[in-house]
Write a protein that binds this ligand. Structure first.
Ligand code: GLA
Length: 733
């Protein structure tokens, strides 16, 4: 591997460069603080870069008396601290035994390692030693025995950097970490806009773009999960950035708990972004000899708009986050019984549905909520993971073997973190429920959450799940989580550990995943939290796919999946074809469109196949054939959000990395009569190659890229209707 990290030891400048990007910072000679110099398109490591810095203009509150250049208030910093005269938001805060929070970390040394430092118990990027290098810069606090290690990992291919931080207590006293972000980034403002992904249940990941104004903007979760409301992702983009042009800094943390991203525009026109664990209600005591490690944050730079940013995230997730055995998988075509039966099922009903599903070509049957204890509604039994023999007289094992005989794999729904009042676990262990005695405990969906910061709780749930998994052939698990933490308190943790609760909760969730995937590596996990309430990079480390949203309406799904595609590859987005009228919106959409949109995800069905016409069954068979044909392309290709010209239309495409094959989906919202001409320019194709379009006509790559693919308003010559769509199969010919 070419060296990706160079150090000018004289001038103390660090260069992290690959062909795509450079990231540069240095040690300030007078104060030994780290000054950020540059992050962006590749520039070579010239010693002259020091001349672009603004350090000599520093002015404000001087760290060294009488030396105005020792002020930090107008410098771009690498990992800013509290109590130094830099009034912007710091990247960390530590409480000292005297009650103050004033730190003074100075540069101590650096080292470079091949690979990436281990993060135990937390999801992280998976790189081999030959894939990447990590620069570890150690800072030492002048007021204590604390050390801070700043880790920067760069690989040779991707326009990205992975950052995280470790604080180590080499002193003799206890220090309390009040805040420790995974990273901070200062960049000179370039008329930047801020991009965030926001929503709520059934409206996940709506893209928001706003200009960055002086002051502080916060994106965060205080729910105990990354949440439906704000994805742990922000991007700074130039005001002219589009899907395919312009600069983007995309930042996303590999974490599923409370997160916080801040964006601050200061008086000197510098934008500071911080990201990592939310410091609200957080504190962590560091005893002598202990350390605390933050989750990793991925920083992506794109000079070709949002699409290039997304492709970089997608490549990182597919090649370095998801477990190797799932990377090249062709997703099974799944049938899930939830919207077909809800709680109202028995073995016969399930087997009838499964039979039909296997006839149309599905190869994974997922039994959703309602198979255990007395669970016949949303009202009880969570935490009592024993099969309901009234519904399933041959048990889960009997059902699983019958489904396997139909030629399908068998999947099962769990909600491991939740508990209902009517269960033995709730009655016997009131101290295992999150919340404090004698104060209110809010219900969410009639249920409570178990205290996963307590290893005994995690162990109990592990054993209950293990009992089922070791006696029944289960190929897939849908791990759901249908409420958030409301009254955060752990009866297991001590008084002064309560600030650790939220983080320890999510570490408990990770530890259960860890144990299950270790013992049952062949089980495909899909995470879910009332749809996309915990759709984040942390979950994808254990569960390589996430149920995209409980809103299965095709029209709404277009926007939701589009937002999800900003960070998450199509192969991770759970998509199902459901019934029309849709159960969430009441909207009627063509089966063809429901299939076309679900195709750009994991793909499956969630409707009563026994209630469909022969024509609909025929269409479903064709959809499954199409999915099989393109599963690999969807899993490995480059995804582009395209620009159409008519206002009520949209399009996206996936193209193979060798440019030989592509799939375009054109989608219409409301239909209008007498509309104009629409076309869409494609990407990723080879200029000189002639492509066949739907086996009916030909166009060259340069034509498709520059003139565009013509789109008919009346798709397929059918009658014009709302929510129509069309797939274009494009292949080198
Ligand atoms: C959540 C999930 C749904 C379904 C139900 C079952 O809402 O998002 O897909 O599994 O729970 O109760």
């Amino acid at each position: 591997m070419n060296t990706l990290i160079q150090v000018d030891t004289d001038k103390k400048i660090f260069y992290l460069c690959n062909k795509e990007i450079s990231y540069i910072f240095r040690v300030l000679p007078k104060t030994q603080k780290l000054e950020h110099i540059y992050f962006g398109r590749h520039v070579a490591s010239h010693g002259t870069v020091k001349n672009v810095t603004q350090a000599d203009k520093a002015w404000g509150e001087d760290l060294i008396a009488g030396n105005q250049y020792s002020s930090l208030s107008r410098l771009m910093q690498e990992y800013p601290e509290y109590g130094t005269g830099d009034y912007r938001l710091p990247a960390f805060e530590i409480n000292y035994p005297d009650g103050d929070e004033i730190s003074n970390f100075e540069y101590a040394n650096y080292k470079i390692i091949d690979g990436v430092p281990d993060i135990k118990g937390m999801p992280h990027v998976r790189y081999s030693k030959s894939d990447c290098q990590t620069l570890i810069v150690t800072l030492k606090d002048q007021y204590s025995g604390l050390k801070m290690k700043l880790n920067y990992t760069i690989d040779s291919i991707n326009a990205s950097l992975i950052r995280n931080v470790e604080v180590v207590n080499d002193g003799e006293q206890i220090y309390t970490v009040k805040s420790l972000k995974s990273m901070a980034l200062d960049v000179p403002n370039d008329d930047y806009d801020l991009i965030t992904l926001n929503g709520i249940w059934a409206r996940e990941k709506q893209v928001n773009r706003e200009s960055i104004n002086p002051g502080i903007k916060e994106i965060s979760s205080r729910r105990g999960a990354s949440g439906h409301v704000h994805d742990p992702f922000v991007a700074l983009v130039s005001s002219e950035t589009t899907q395919n042009s312009g600069e983007v800094y995309g930042i996303s943390t590999i974490y599923s708990g409370n997160h916080k991203e801040t964006v601050e525009l200061d008086a000197y026109d510098v934008v500071r972004v911080t990201a990592g664990i939310n410091d609200d209600h957080f504190s962590w005591d560091l005893n002598p000899g202990e350390n605390f490690v933050t989750p990793q944050t991925i920083l992506v730079f794109s000079d070709r708009g949002f699409n290039k940013m997304s492709q970089t995230f997608h490549n990182l997730v597919r090649n370095h986050l998801i477990a190797p055995r799932w990377r090249k998988r062709k997703n099974p075509v799944l049938i899930n019984n939830w919207e077909a039966t809800y709680f109202d099922f028995n073995e016969k009903k399930i087997l009838d549905l499964a039979k039909k599903a296997s006839q149309v070509g599905c190869n994974l049957f997922v039994l959703d909520d309602g198979w255990f204890a007395e669970r016949n509604s949303e009202k009880g039994s969570l935490g009592d993971w024993r099969v309901n023999y009234k519904k399933l007289p041959h048990g889960l094992d009997g059902l699983s073997s019958r489904i396997h005989k139909l030629g399908m794999d068998f999947g099962l729904w769990f909600e491991p973190e939740s508990v209902s009042e009517d269960t033995p676990i709730f009655k016997q262990h009131p101290d295992w429920i999150i919340g404090i005695k004698n104060k209110s405990h809010s219900q969410g969906r009639n249920q409570y959450l178990l205290d996963f910061s307590n290893p005994a709780v995690v162990d109990n749930i592990y054993k209950q799940m293990d009992k089922i998994l070791s006696t029944t052939k289960i190929d897939y698990i849908k791990w759901d989580m249908n409420r958030n933490i409301t009254e955060p308190y752990s009866q297991y943790l001590s008084l002064n550990q309560q600030g650790e609760f939220y983080h320890r909760y999510i570490l408990g969730v990770y530890s259960l995943y860890e144990r299950l995937v270790k013992k049952y590596p062949e089980i495909l996990f899909e995470s879910c939290a009332s749809g996309g309430g915990r759709f984040d990079l942390g979950m994808l480390y254990y569960a390589p796919q996430t149920w995209g949203s409980d809103d299965t309406d095709a029209y709404e799904r277009w926007e939701i999946q589009k937002g999800e595609s900003y960070v998450y590859p199509l192969s991770t987005i759970g998509t199902h074809v459901s019934a029309s009228p849709n159960h969430q919106t009441g909207r009627q959409t063509p089966l063809k469109t429901r299939g076309n949109i679900a195709l750009f995800g994991t793909f499956g069905y969630e409707l009563d196949l026994l209630n469909l016409s022969e024509l609909e069954i025929e269409i479903i068979k064709q959809q499954i054939n199409l999915q099989r044909k393109y599963a690999e392309l969807i899993a490995t290709g480059d995804f582009y959000r395209l620009k159409t010209s008519l206002s009520s239309t949209d399009a996206w495409m996936v193209v193979s990395r060798d440019g030989q094959q592509a799939l375009v989906c054109y989608f219409k919202g409301l239909s209008h009569p007498n509309m104009g001409y629409d076309h869409v320019k494609l990407y990723g194709l080879n200029d000189e190659i002639r492509y066949s379009i739907n086996d009916s006509y030909y166009l060259y790559g340069d034509e498709l890229k520059n003139i565009g693919l013509p789109l008919e308003y009346s798709l397929n010559g059918d009658r014009i209707q709302d929510f129509d769509s069309k797939i274009f199969e494009i292949k080198a010919n």
